[in-house]
Write a protein that binds this ligand. Sequence first.
Ligand code: GDP
Length: 327
Amino acid sequence: KRHKQPSTEDLISGILQGDITALSRAITLIESKNPSHFEKANALIKGCLPHANKSVRIGITGVPGVGKSTFIESFGLLATSLGKQVAVLAVDPSSSVSRGSILGDKTRMEALVKEPKAFIRPSASGESLGGVARKTRETIILCEAAGFDTIIIETVGVGQSETAVHSMVDFFLLLKLAGAGDELQGIKRGIMEMADLIAINKADGDNLKQAKVAKVEFNRALHLYPKKSSGWQPKVMLCSALKNEGIQDIWEQIQDYVSLTYKTAYFNKKRSEQNKFWLIQTIEEHLKSNFFNDKEIKVALEKQLQLIEENKTTPFAAADYLLRFKV
Ligand code: GDP
């Protein structure tokens, strides 16, 4: 039996009433690669935008196995118990339809998925990082319009996805494990610099002692960085997502961060900087895809690549030539 597709207006009013079915359908439209859906998707975002923003957006990253899903489950349940409405989204450019999304996977957050005040949506798939990030960003707006006030965005600690998530959240949480010995090895410097809080997870049982050592080392490393423009001094905390320990302290840190940055107006300033960034990003993405998907350019590009291989032109002359094509 075929159902009539709801109109954009119906979807928007559904979302504004907190209807999860309408929200899910709208996200599916946003994620669609079918060009006939683009206009509708844009109208949806535009309709939701005035109702968005009343939220705290929290990015969570860490290598696979660090305990992100377990953490989000504990953290999300704490938030809902405090009356918050929690949406969990993911940025995972590596996920594909065939493989299934590894992040934001519902089966990994069994209790949270049953919680009526929580909404879990896996990463958009089959896209470049830019595409996935953009769709997640748009999904944030829809979730906020639907009344979700705590938005969690999970990403895996590999590649550039952390930078993308950092550019769409208010607060960035880095989950770490106490490793064997050299704690700071293998940390991408940039990631530590982005973090507003480092939580050393699995600080339980036999791990506790090592975790305490790691805490001291991470703290020392953090103090080597210049002060953040938010005025916030990032801390290192211990937690056990599995045993539900230290989760409340982390929650309170985030509340402190929000109060501080609200007071200094940094909170809104950062969001508006992020919006400007995303405007430029979207245009770049658009221009790039228009350029590389143009039939005439595709042929000409092949030819220029060939000429380069034969040493008959330079990359700059070739680029100059190709950029003169009308897209
Ligand atoms: P993710 O890949 O980062 O999402 O990690 P998961 O949440 O799937 O956790 C990976 C494994 O670590 C699972 O077997 C969890 O049960 C375990 N784990 C997660 N958090 C903790 C913790 O705080 N303490 C202990 N001991 N194990 C944990």
